[in-house]
Design a binder for this molecule. Structure first.
Ligand code: GAP
Length: 499
């Protein structure tokens, strides 16, 4: 697997991702998506929405505001509890997340540790500033929310926050959605969009950023719900499972089916099992390597203030197993808190039980867009020894450019014919026209950015209306009639074999 630095260099070189504000020296934790990155990110978000909103009857989507009433963040607990522990160097002022410093230097778990305990451990083990080796100060809590002021008066009366998660806008709009759509319990509300966290030490390229995007679903059930009706559809899904018990007894994760995990009460809740498997299957359906995923249960000490049970979908990055998506059981915490702080009744009438209830959020699949972006890059990025260049074997649904169109030579009417084909296909897809350099060089350039097929116009095209189509992964080439290109492209983009 390439190192994260190699992926970051590749992304810059090909126009996927640039350091934000680079001409001013950059801004730590912020990244800009270039032309290819914007396409790839857009495609993966569209696929998420298609799978989890459009193709289902039980989930609807919203798009909430980034700045909202500060009461939302007081009710959610973010104003009081959304903190990391910060420690700074007494001499050079370098800042560290105390838990990361302990984990990196002593390889220890820090879940549930207070700032005082972290300080004691850092002193006892003589952990010093990683830059200048001087003494560290006292660790302290640091709230991760970015603040802003709403309106022209800049004081505490106008204070608000940039949302640190998209989820709260779903809770704040829960009753609106229930009353303006025809959803019935159980149902979900999805949202994709920006989230902001003033991370103490952003790192690992897109893995830990200060501005990022989330794709979240809050799934609401009746408080006396009997379990997920669709769990059988994922029962055969096999993946690595790492429960709290396994972690505490020092065992390693085990490969098992969802059925086995439920029968053995390793996963207690069928809704959890269903959503974890659904997220995993979504990644695999778009070409991710199933062997690099595991689901890990949070240790009790690690649970967020709102959760009674959380499982993460993790991916084995070059820097270790890390969270890709969290699936938390939030119960009725959020709706009850918003009832309390807003003084509004958020209960709804449930047709089945003929009663008013405050639903429970049994699951909150919450996925970072940029972390998913990294997974698809890692799992498609290969150096092809024979071709002597990078081939990005992206699923065609994710590929930024869907086809390259080239004239074999730049004369005798071939460029004009190639441009005609290009203009036609471009009505429906993002297509690239290229007449620069040798044909081999043009193929290599498209392979490197993950374009699934290339179409070459030659002299025969002018007489028989056929072109050469080349497949990115096999390099196989076939003659195809121009009239067949739209249907061939549409099959290729579904991931079907075209030859
Ligand atoms: N609503 C629940 C929630 O926000 P979270 O585990 O804090 O839970 C969900 O975040 C997902 O958002 C994570 O699994 C991760 O993919 C992504 N994420 C969180 N912080 C991030 C950061 N600083 N940079 C990039 N992605 C992040």
């Amino acid at each position: 697997m390439p190192a994260i630095e190699e992926i970051a260099t590749f992304c810059k070189r090909k126009g996927f991702v640039y350091p934000s504000s680079e001409i001013y020296g950059g801004l730590s934790g912020f990244w800009d998506f270039g032309p290819l990155g914007a396409e790839l990110k857009g495609n993966l978000k569209r696929e998420f929405w298609k799978t989890f909103v459009h193709q289902r009857d039980d989930i609807v989507g919203i798009d909430g505001s980034i700045v909202s009433h500060p009461g939302i963040w007081k009710a959610s607990g973010h104003v009081d509890s959304f903190v990391d522990v910060l420690v700074d160097c007494k001499k050079c002022g370098s800042r560290y997340r105390a838990d990361h410093l302990l984990e990196d230097t002593l390889k220890m778990h820090t879940e549930g540790m207070t700032p005082e305990k972290m300080g004691e451990t850092l002193r006892a083990r003589n952990i010093r500033c990683q830059k200048c080796k001087s003494e560290l100060g006292e660790p302290r809590r640091f709230n991760l929310m970015f603040t802003t002021n709403v309106g022209p008066i800049q004081d505490s009366s106008s204070l608000s926050y940039l949302r640190p998660e998209t989820a709260q806008l779903i809770f704040a709009n829960f009753k609106n959605v229930f009353e303006t759509t025809r959803v019935k319990l159980p149902f979900g509300i999805a949202q994709m969009g920006k989230a902001f966290r003033n991370e103490i030490s952003p790192r690992d390229f897109l893995f830990r950023m200060r501005e990022f995007e989330q794709m979240e679903i809050e799934y609401f059930i009746h408080p006396q719900d009997k379990g997920c009706p669709w769990v059988d559809s994922v029962a055969g899904t096999e993946l690595l499972v790492y429960s709290e018990g396994m972690q505490k007894s020092g065992e390693k994760e085990k490969k098992m089916s969802i059925r086995h995990a439920l029968d053995g009460v390793i996963i207690r809740n069928s809704w959890h099992a269903y959503w974890l498997a659904s997220m995993f299957n979504w990644f695999v359906s778009l070409g991710a390597n199933p062997e690099k995923f595991r689901i890990r249960q949070h240790l009790r000490e690690e649970l967020s203030h709102y959760s009674s049970d959380t499982w993460d979908l993790e991916y084995n990055f070059p820097f270790g197993w890390k969270e890709l998506a969290g699936v938390a059981d939030r119960g009725d915490f959020d709706l009850r808190q918003h009832e309390k702080f807003s003084k509004q009744d958020l209960s709804v009438f449930d047709e089945t039980s003929k009663s008013k209830v405050v639903p429970h959020v049994v699951c909150e699949p919450s996925l970072g867009v940029e972390r998913a972006f990294l997974v698809f890059l890692f799992d498609s990025y290969v150096f092809d020894e024979k071709r002597e260049n990078i081939v990005l074997r992206l699923h065609p649904k994710l590929s930024p450019v869907k086809a390259g169109v080239f004239p074999l030579v730049n004369k005798d009417g071939l460029p004009e014919k190639a441009r005609e084909i290009y203009s036609e296909l471009k009505q429906d897809y993002n297509i690239f026209y290229d007449q620069g350099g040798s044909i081999g060089r043009r193929y290599a350039r498209q392979d490197e950015i993950g374009t699934p097929i290339c179409i070459t116009v030659d002299y025969d095209t002018l007489s028989d209306g056929s072109v050469t189509v080349r497949d990115r992964d096999t390099t196989e080439q076939k003659r195809v009639k121009i009239s067949e290109l739209p249907s061939l492209l549409s099959r290729a983009l579904k991931g079907e074999r075209i030859f």
